[in-house]
Design a protein around this ligand. Structure first.
Ligand code: UD1
Ligand code: MG
Length: 421
């Protein structure tokens, strides 16, 4: 095996044991914190249940705190070799006993980035920050990481995929663009987890799947790679990702259908940042993006709505129908803001690809759309009647009932009315 030092074996074992303890802690803490969070008004309605129960939200916060404590306690262990005698300074070679400050700096900058993201995520949960501001949160939280990256080697080249090497060479130096790339990666990882949401368990579930994929990738590298630097980078990644998977499993347990709590934006940001950090400092950001393929697909698919080419409701999630089944989400064009050319092109393209269904104004909308048409993921309803979100709560609800049987509560209507760009 390429893990040469006994110290590294011990450190990895300690990391695994600490992660299991952290997971068990989170598992037992979460139900106890339910009432505290409900009392603090950190709660949300499960919109996809008949009785729309009120569940504690932002439960990613205790999980993130347990994760941070685990990492704080873990900090000394990667330096176990140094404590065990490497600190004996040799008189003829003063470098031998030097403490690996760069390694400590790497760990601290990663923790600082994750911690800042948790703080900003919590702010979003409490204050419901508008998208136009919160989009930049992750890049700001990632600054400590990028500064560490710059001052420590700061390689800015990327290894090209084998298929492209004959044309552009093995390595391509991106220069300052590499920092733009890292910032964009961090923004993508955090928000992509947050927007693939709305169904019980999906935020925590996708994080566990990506986390476990990262662990497998790290282990494959460590056991098949003779290159020392690469082994160290992947060990670093393991030290961060194993406790993450530990605490996230506990959260998923309680968030699994029927959910007893919501993870909140705090968790989505925390998860995205942790994954981005290990991808960047472990030097496998392109492999990480492979693990994010479903999220990339969802992002591309959501672009017309995210960039407001097509009407975007406050909640882009399925609706519960009469039979208690989930039905594709539908959207009506806003009369006040008619859809532009680009929006029309996007709809035509997605329709041609069979990814959504467009109803013409003359067409009556079948009640159980999903039974006869199981594949589309989003139904766009083009109709002349005003949209639910732009009508008053009492007026013209019959047209809404034709789309789906979901009748929005007062709170949800307020939600839809919010300007959220
Ligand atoms: C993102 C999505 C939004 C989606 C929401 C759901 C975009 C641009 N935004 O917004 O469309 O509706 O996540 O998380 O894609 N909820 C449930 N069941 C669940 C999870 C959440 O009903 O399993 C509801 C609850 O009312 C909860 C709310 O969603 O209170 C959480 O919304 P929040 O995380 O604040 O939404 P965003 O992240 O802003
Ligand atoms: Mg969210």
């Amino acid at each position: 095996a390429a893990i040469t030092s006994r110290g590294e074996h011990t450190t990895l074992t300690i990391s695994i044991v600490m992660s299991i303890i952290a997971g068990l802690c989170a598992h037992s803490c979460l139900p106890k914190l339910r009432d505290t969070f409900l009392k603090a008004n950190l709660s949300g309605r499960d919109l996809l249940k008949r009785d729309k129960p009120l569940l504690p939200e932002t439960m990613g916060l205790p999980v993130a705190i347990i994760y941070l404590i685990t990492l704080f306690l873990f900090i000394p262990f990667p330096f176990i070799n140094w404590f065990e005698g490497a600190n004996l300074v040799h008189e003829d070679d003063p470098t031998v006993g030097t403490f690996p400050y760069n390694k400590l700096g790497e760990i601290l900058s990663a923790i600082l980035a994750i911690q800042s993201m948790i703080l900003l995520g919590f702010a979003d949960d409490v204050l419901d920050v508008r998208w136009r501001y919160k989009v930049w949160f992750p890049a700001i939280a990632g600054i400590p990481l990028m500064i560490f990256y710059y001052t420590n080697k700061g390689v800015t080249y990327v290894m090209m995929p084998v298929q492209l090497r004959p044309y552009v060479g093995d390595l391509v130096d991106l220069g300052p663009l590499y920092y733009v790339y890292m910032a964009m990666l961090i923004i993508f990882c955090t928000h992509s987890i947050n927007i693939l949401a709305g169904i019980n368990g999906i935020e925590a579930g996708q994080s566990v799947v990506i986390g476990v994929s990262v662990i497998c990738n790290d282990l494959l590298y460590i056991f098949n790679n003779p290159d020392r630097a690469s082994v160290e980078a992947h060990l670093f990644s393991l030290y961060f990702i194993i406790p993450f998977v530990g605490v996230t499993c506990a959260l998923l347990w309680h968030n699994w259908f029927p959910a007893r709590l919501f993870v909140g934006d705090t968790f989505c940001y925390f998860a995205g940042m942790t994954l981005a950090v290990v991808g960047i400092l472990g030097h496998f950001s392109k492999t990480l993006l492979l693990f994010f393929l479903p999220q990339i697909f969802n992002f591309v698919y959501s672009c017309p709505q995210l960039f407001r080419l097509v009407e975007c409701p406050r909640h882009r999630m399925p609706r519960l129908n009469d039979q208690g089944l989930l039905q594709c989400s539908t959207v009506r064009p806003n009369d006040k803001k008619p859809m532009g050319k680009l929006g029309n092109i996007a709809l035509k393209l997605l329709r041609a690809l069979g990814l959504l269904k467009v109803f013409e104004p003359t067409e009556s909308i079948p009640l159980q759309q999903e039974q006869s048409h199981p594949s589309p993921m989003l139904d766009v309803v083009k109709q002349e009647e005003p949209q639910i979100s732009s009508s008053s709560p009492t007026a013209s609800t019959p047209s809404a009932a034709a789309v789906n049987t979901f009748t929005p509560t007062k709170k949800e209507l307020e939600f839809t009315h919010q300007e959220d760009t």
